[in-house]
Write a protein that binds this ligand. Structure first.
Ligand code: SAM
Length: 229
């Protein structure tokens, strides 16, 4: 039984994909997709020995060793040119970490630009959107959901031959998510707004000059108020 978060990611993986799930931990996602006949095969990549061994154990226990190749290595380095990966999932990490994995992978020629990227940052999704834009990826789809009092965003992106800029708000909120403006989206940003306002309150009581910081946060608040209006 997958979490709602990974279930939502699973739904975005195209039928018939060959998947590389990076930071796979227990390999729950590729195992679920194979058992549902949604993908033809997968690489489960892990950089840490413990999770790598958990992934190996699950794949062995489910007798899926001919379908899921568990590999120990950093980020996209586990992908080899002959793998013909058509989709990459990187889930459950911070946006900055996911961006760094993509950047290192790009520099080491591990991205063919034919792969669909399905990314689920726990925080800092704007960092990831910025990288995607700068590297000429187009955001095709986005999802937002909440589970156990946490909100998760999922970004689906494909490579393009041109750069499609995002506005500051689109980068922060997500072009698809802000258009959709779901209840989960509104609740998330209402909560963020309250947090920012609390910080401004604290900063304005500080003895040192915090004007620059306050102005920055005020700007964020204005963007949030606009998207919620
Ligand atoms: N993807 C799973 C999910 O969404 O439930 C597991 C998320 S878990 C919080 C993050 C995993 O990413 C950890 O198992 C960690 O070892 C792995 N990880 C972190 N940095 C990595 C990297 N550079 N390359 C591969 N795996 C990495």
């Amino acid at each position: 039984q997958l979490s709602n978060r990974l279930e939502a990611v699973a739904k975005l993986v195209p039928q018939g994909s060959f998947l590389a799930d990076i930071g796979s931990d227990h390999a729950y996602l590729p195992a679920h997709l194979i058992l549902n006949h949604q993908i033809t095969g997968a690489i489960a990549g892990e950089v840490v020995k413990g999770p790598y061994e958990s992934a190996e154990k699950l794949v062995n226990d489910l007798l899926l060793t001919d379908k899921i190749d568990v590999r120990l290595g950093d980020g996209l380095e586990v992908i080899k040119p002959y793998d013909n990966v058509s989709a990459i999932t990187i889930c459950g990490m911070g946006g900055t970490l996911i961006r760094d994995i993509l950047e290192r992978g790009k520099n080491k020629n591990r991205l063919t630009r034919k792969e669909l990227l399905i990314l689920q940052p726990n925080v800092g999704s704007h960092v990831l959107r910025h990288w995607l834009v700068e590297n000429h990826y187009i955001i095709q789809d986005e999802k937002i959901l909440s589970e156990n009092d946490k909100t998760y965003e999922i970004i689906v992106a494909e490579a393009s031959d041109r750069k499609v800029e995002l506005t500051e708000s689109e980068e922060l909120f997500g072009p698809v998510l802000m258009k959709e403006s779901s209840d989960v989206f509104k609740a998330k940003w209402q909560f963020e707004l309250e947090q920012y306002e609390r910080v401004i309150n604290q900063l304005s009581q500080s003895k040192t000059n915090q004007d620059k910081k306050i102005a920055q946060i005020n700007h964020q608040c204005d963007l949030i108020k606009e998207v919620l209006s």
